[in-house]
Design a protein around this ligand. Structure first.
Ligand code: AR6
Length: 172
């Protein structure tokens, strides 16, 4: 596979990867945005399995099957709500990516797609979030070779633009 990190414009539920990441809430119940789209596409089995998993704290991740999705797995993580930046939001967001990638590795997942965690209703500034996402994924891929590809699935053109500028973030 040529590019280990790629940005694509589109719906994460359509990605043919081993796992997609859900930007969930602590209860892991269906919500709005990407979470709503994933639950809708996966079907009720996903909600049923999520309801057995208990609370997922900010920065942590839990895994379920993908049900009707093309992806075999869904990794659910809970991003920080942006409260101005002095409440450890950046560190929590970084932990989301680390937790998801670590869990993916332990399940033998080779390809994974992320949405832009926390940049919708949770209000995390997009450019800052994209920098953290790319930095964390790069650092992770530098340390191991089992994970073959990480896709940033960007639902909006504005989000895609930021992730496409990945080269700019070489120094992160
Ligand atoms: N595919 C890819 N990205 C998407 C899709 C999709 N189908 N739909 C939306 N996005 P948001 P958050 C993008 O608000 O800010 C939920 O209610 C969207 O354009 O979905 O992390 C949960 O239950 C944006 O760039 O999630 C939580 O309570 C990005 O996904 C809360 O929202 C994230 O926007 C999580 O908030």
């Amino acid at each position: 596979m040529q590019n280990k990190i790629v940005a694509v414009e589109g719906d994460i539920t359509q990605q043919t990867v081993d796992a997609i990441v859900n930007s969930a809430n602590e209860s892991l119940l269906p919500g709005s945005g990407v979470n709503g789209a994933i639950h809708k596409a996966a079907g009720f089995g996903l909600e049923e399995e999520c309801s057995t998993l208990g609370i997922c704290r900010e920065g942590e991740a839990k895994i379920t099957k993908g049900y009707r999705l093309p992806a075999q797995w869904v990794i659910h993580t809970v991003g920080p709500v942006w409260e101005g930046g002095s409440y450890g939001e950046a560190q929590t967001l970084a932990r989301c990516y680390q937790s998801c990638l670590t869990l993916a590795l332990s399940y033998g997942i080779k390809t994974i797609a992320f949405p832009s965690i926390s940049t919708g209703v949770y209000g995390f500034p997009l450019e800052k979030a994209a920098q953290i996402a790319v930095r964390e994924v790069r650092q992770f891929l530098d340390t191991q070779s089992d994970l073959k590809q990480v896709i940033f699935a960007c639902f909006e053109p504005e989000v895609y633009e930021f992730y496409q500028k990945l080269q700019k973030y070489k120094e992160l």
